[in-house]
Design a protein around this ligand. Structure first.
Ligand SMILES: CC(C)(COP(=O)(O)OP(=O)(O)OC[C@H]1O[C@@H](n2cnc3c(N)ncnc32)[C@H](O)[C@@H]1OP(=O)(O)O)[C@@H](O)C(=O)NCCC(=O)NCCS
Length: 156
């Protein structure tokens, strides 16, 4: 298993292929909503498992805020902790790069996934244009320990 920023063009194309499979084909999000100008400038992350692309996410710099999005794990790899590992990699990258906080718009069905990582939801539900309800979530990167780590350190 390897999770890293996608630098080579082939790795970025692998990220796009995962998004196509997950968001466009599986979730039926329109192409026009999926691809945007940020794809050319943001940092893409690629997870490779057993030699095959398995997951992705992207990080957009917005001042001192790291906007995280397009978090996707291929169906066959879900439920094994890969999404969590991708997010931890992106958050580590963001903290080292000096961002003060992380922000994302989470599909309401996956709020718990991000809450486990320490994100908190704010404000009302909204449709981001994809037809899927979302809520804004934020995480203070200075206090970036997820709930499991907090539980462990709290116990010790
Ligand atoms: C959301 C997604 C990225 C999660 O990836 P994953 O690899 O299946 O998740 P993990 O196995 O790393 O799960 C980590 C933890 O989050 C929890 N979790 C995972 N999906 C969840 C969900 N939909 N709701 C609540 N909790 C969830 C897991 O139970 C696990 O909890 P634990 O640590 O207590 O065991 C993946 O399901 C996916 O790609 N879904 C389709 C695309 C999508 O909806 N992306 C999010 C857009 S906002």
């Amino acid at each position: 298993m390897k999770i890293a920023a996608a630098v080579r063009d082939g790795d970025k194309q692998a990220c796009f292929a995962i998004r196509r499979a997950v968001f466009i084909e599986e979730q039926r999000i329109p192409e026009a909503e999926e691809w945007d100008g940020d794809d050319a400038t943001c940092t893409h992350f690629l997870a490779v498992a057993k030699g095959a692309p398995a997951g992705t996410a992207r990080l957009i710099a917005a001042g001192d805020i790291a906007k995280i999005g397009r978090v996707a794990v291929m169906k066959a790899h879900r439920g094994s902790g890969l999404g969590r590992r991708i997010m931890r990699t992106v958050l580590d990258h963001a903290r080292k790069a000096g961002f003060r906080s992380a922000q994302l718009d989470a599909q309401v069905t996956v709020l718990g996934f991000y809450e486990n990582l320490g994100f908190r939801a704010h404000g009302p539900e909204f449709d981001d244009g994809s037809g899927i309800l979302h809520r804004r979530m934020t995480l203070d990167l200075a206090a970036d320990v997820d709930s499991r780590d907090r539980a462990v350190s709290g116990a010790g």
